[in-house]
Design a protein around this ligand. Sequence first.
Ligand SMILES: Cc1cc2nc3c(=O)[nH]c(=O)nc-3n(C[C@H](O)[C@H](O)[C@H](O)COP(=O)(O)O)c2cc1C
Length: 199
Amino acid sequence: MSTSPDREAPAEHPIEALLRRRWSPRSFTGAPVERAALDSLLEAARWAASSSNQQPWHLIVARRDREAEAFGKLLGVLAPGNQAWADKASVLMLAVARMVNPANGNPNRHAFYDTGAAMAQMALQAVALGMQLHQMGGFDAARAREVFGIPEGYEPVAAIALGPVDVAEALPEALAAREVAPRQRRPVREWVFFGEWQG
Ligand SMILES: Cc1cc2nc3c(=O)[nH]c(=O)nc-3n(C[C@H](O)[C@H](O)[C@H](O)COP(=O)(O)O)c2cc1C
């Protein structure tokens, strides 16, 4: 695990090291990710829980060194603010959810939830392998559907940049500042209600 100590979450109660050390960097080295590591990342996602074990997640994977054309296409559908740094990722991915239960044709209202759970598992596996990933909602879903031929019944959920992390100074100044900004979270008491809703 290569997270620098100053990026570790200042957790107020004990949590596992992988959780503390996961974060969303913007500075990536672009070094190739070995096939074995990629297999472990995909396997980690595979074992996520999902509603009725439907496993609605799908993933388009574009390695900068192996699927260069797809890497360029994925970069092209990102919001400009994300393109500014995600071009240095080793791997770009697009998480796509199957919105219908194939067993009965019913809508699956848990598809996004389950796809997010799979990506969260992948994020922790990335930390264990000395990498990080950065999820992005900032992309053009309609264009992604067009560019990658994603059929009806499937929804692009998030783009993901993955790879070994580089130093903050490798980024332009404004982005570098965000890379070292203090990590913040809402206090638990703001969003946990014991026993009843306290809005
Ligand atoms: C669904 C989702 C969408 C996100 N979209 C973007 C994005 O478009 N651009 C970006 O730079 N970060 C994006 N992020 C990263 C969040 O800003 C980041 O997770 C949050 O600030 C907490 O920081 P941490 O992951 O380092 O703990 C996204 C994260 C998630 C889970």
